[in-house]
Design a protein around this ligand. Structure first.
Ligand SMILES: [Zn+2]
Length: 393
């Protein structure tokens, strides 16, 4: 496949070039490329080609909750959103806390996924926070470890998890929530603080990542820890960067942690600019309408993530497109050591459209972005050298 005349992201900046995709792992970027063997030549004048987007925080719901989403529908939804790699959270049934259940999910991924889907393994058995899993046995089958949805409350168990993560050189993605505090901001802050202190006390290097950071105090804490040289990374989600608790008009604005106030949002935007936040992840959490009405937490985000961030961060002049590529592709891929394939996303930054949930490929309709005008559209998603999604009028 030969893609001509696009602005291609290479080594941190955009250059007008051609992209020749040779196979699932090899490609060439250069001026005036031509290829006799390439049957497919696509002119992309005025369009941008970026590395495939990576979302490290996605709930695919299968197995166990396939009425909410499946690996098939979730991966299609991700492809439409420009993602070529996603990491599936382990709050499914059976829990991926042993080789058998992980292999079972892997079989579904191999059969149904249209992009690269990586699994999280559980930090603790059945995500109950009591007994850590066999990291050394599971690490070859999963991308990282998380008990997402549940914090690891016990200091002792978390210490053991940090030790195992350090020894096995694997990443822990922590859902931080300290149940002894009612205020969600304090709850998040205190749990992150506990983990940072454990890592400091143990005096070891551990790949420690904080999921969905939502508040000002947490950001200040992470910024300070980074200054002290602690290896810590973090993500936030588009909804925390766009909305505040004053915008909550329906159940489709309810997630855990909840939306913060103006100061929280401002602090998160500042952290996006100064590098404290390493990446943007959607926390795509599909639910049925009935489940949302009965209090299920979470919103979907795969099909709106890029456009929403382009509209609210790049169009507003807060960051440039290069920084957005770092936040949504480069940094998550580096931090999670996502394998390098011929994965690319093609953007039309001039296009605008109105979000309509009934056009989503996800089974979920629980979006807070319904009816909003967005700038920047994904027009092609190329995974392992093949077009897995493209926009048609
Ligand atoms: Zn979580």
């Amino acid at each position: 496949m030969l893609l001509k005349n696009a602005f291609i992201y290479t080594d941190g900046s955009f250059n007008s070039s051609d992209l020749l995709i040779i196979n699932e792992k090899q490609w060439i970027v250069g001026k005036n490329l031509s290829s006799i063997e390439s049957k497919q030549v696509i002119d992309l004048t005025g369009k941008y080609i970026i590395p495939g987007l990576v979302d490290v925080h996605v709930h695919l719901r299968e197995p166990g909750f396939d009425y909410k989403e499946t690996i098939l529908t979730g991966s299609k939804s991700a492809a439409k959103g420009g993602f070529t790699s996603i990491c599936a959270m382990p709050n499914v049934i059976p829990a991926p806390d042993n080789i058998n259940s992980i292999k079972m999910v892997q079989d579904i991924i191999n059969k149904d996924a249209c992009i690269n889907v990586y699994q999280y393994g559980c930090i603790t058995e059945n995500r109950q926070g009591k007994k850590t899993t066999e990291f050394s046995m599971l690490k070859d089958y999963v991308t990282s470890f998380s008990d997402d949805g549940n914090p690891v409350s016990s200091d002792l168990v978390m210490k053991e998890a940090i030790n195992k993560a350090s020894f096995n050189d694997v990443l822990i993605a922590a859902h931080c929530e300290d149940f002894s505090y009612d205020d969600p901001r304090m709850s998040e802050y205190m749990n992150i603080k506990r983990d940072i202190e454990l890592i400091k006390d143990m005096n070891i290097t551990c790949r420690y990542h904080v999921c969905h950071v939502s508040s000002k105090k947490s950001i200040e804490l992470i910024r300070e820890a980074k200054k002290q040289g602690i290896s810590i990374t973090c993500e936030t989600a588009p909804h925390y960067l766009i909305f505040t608790n004053e915008d909550v008009i329906s159940e489709n604005f309810k997630m855990n942690p909840p939306l913060g106030d103006k100061e929280d949002k401002q602090a998160l935007l500042q952290a996006i600019c100064d590098g404290t936040i390493d990446m943007i992840a959607t926390d795509h959490a599909p639910h049925t309408h009935e489940d949302k009405l009965s209090g299920a937490m979470g919103v979907i985000g795969l099909e709106t993530a890029f456009s929403s961030m382009y509209t609210y961060l790049v169009e507003t002049g807060l960051i440039n497109l290069e920084r957005l590529v770092e936040l949504m592709a480069i940094n998550p891929a580096t931090t999670y050591r996502i394998p390098g394939y011929s994965d690319f996303t093609v953007l039309d930054t001039d296009a605008d459209y109105i979000v309509k949930a009934d056009t989503f490929l996800s089974k979920g309709r629980n979006t807070p972005f319904e009816g909003m005008r967005m700038k920047g559209r994904i027009i092609k998603t190329i995974c392992k050298g093949k077009i897995v999604w493209e926009f048609t009028q």
